[in-house]
Structures are given as C-alpha cells and as structure tokens.
Write a protein that binds this ligand. Structure first.
Ligand code: ZN
Length: 183
C-alpha cells in the first residue's frame, strides 16, 4: 500500500455512525485530505471512500468507478429515478457483501475542491457508489439494508469486527474481499 496518513475505520467505530458536518469554507487542508483519500481508495482497490471512513466527520467523498476521479464536498442527492440492486462491499466492513436496492439514476449536487458548484448525473455503478458514500455521511452503512436473514448470517462477522475495531492492522491484512465492489 502506498504511504498515506489516513487510517480506515471499521464497523464498531463510533465515528462511522455520526453525521458528517458540512464543510463551511474549503481550505488547503480539505484539498489535501481529498488527495489523501483518493490515494487511499486506489491503494485499497476501492471505488469510493467517505471522509467518515478515515475518521474525519466532514462531508467529503471521493469516487472513481472507472470513469474518472470525483472529489466532492457537501454532496447531496437532488434527484432519483428507477431502481437497481448490486452486491456491495464496504472498506469499513471487510469480508461482508450485501445486496442493496438503490436508485438507478441520481443527480448529485456538490462542490468541487475549489468551491465550484457541480452537478453530476449518474446511472448504474456510478450512481450506486455515490449513494453508498452519501449514506456514509449520514452515518448509514450497508448492514442497515441487510435482511433479517442476512443479519443473522453476518452477525458473527460483525461482532468480530466490533471487537477488533481498534486492531486495524490485523483487519487490513485479513481483508478477505468477498465482494468485488469495495467502497
Ligand atoms: Zn462503505
């Protein structure tokens, strides 16, 4: 993994359940965090990452589902259309894969790293990642979409994650990626 100052937070870390604060004034430090987040995401073979996942409760996400990198500040979903279901994995939930029903098409309003208004019309995979990351900013995770049956199935894994929430090193290494899409 490339050198970065960021550390991933796992399920069980209280910060993952907190609402992220909107960024009021974008500074050089926000731009630097976004760059570090992108580096981290690529190194982890992820297609998205929210600041909350690296312990920063500010509304920032990075996304690259194959069509280029987006660094977004204060992203909001302003339009939704259709439905789709994909098997999603989460960098904060190693080894867990959950089918999540989401909108097929979304329009996201955000600021870019220079504070310029941005509208992104996305569908399919990009729409899926954007919704996953915006969820993180509200403290929501893919386990919240799990059916009762799935919850029973992953209960042991979740308890293990909770226990190991502090022991990041071990988890990163074990990182059994049962899911193709990590975000
Ligand atoms: Zn995630």
């Amino acid at each position: 993994m490339e050198e970065t100052r960021l550390k991933i937070r796992f399920f069980g870390d209280a910060g993952l359940r907190k609402k992220s604060h909107p960024v009021e004034a974008i500074t050089a430090s926000h731009r630097e965090i976004l760059n570090e987040m992108a580096k981290f995401m690529y190194a982890a073979s992820g297609i998205g990452l929210a600041a909350a996942q690296v312990g920063i409760n500010e509304a920032m996400i990075v996304v690259d589902s194959g069509s280029g990198l987006y660094k977004l500040i204060n992203p909001r979903i302003v339009k939704k259309e259709g439905t789709q279901s994909m098997e999603e994995g989460c960098l904060s939930l190693p080894g867990i894969c959950i089918k999540v029903k989401r909108s097929y098409k979304v329009t996201v309003k955000a600021l870019d790293e220079n504070g310029k208004d941005l509208y992104i019309e996305a569908e399919g995979l990009l729409a899926c990642v954007l919704q996953h990351e915006v969820d993180h900013l509200r403290g929501k995770m893919i386990v919240d979409y799990a059916s009762l049956w799935e919850k029973l199935k992953i209960k042991r894994q979740l308890n293990a994650l909770r226990k190991k929430a502090q022991d990041d090193e071990e988890l990163s290494k074990s990182g059994a990626k049962s899911c193709r899409l990590q975000m």
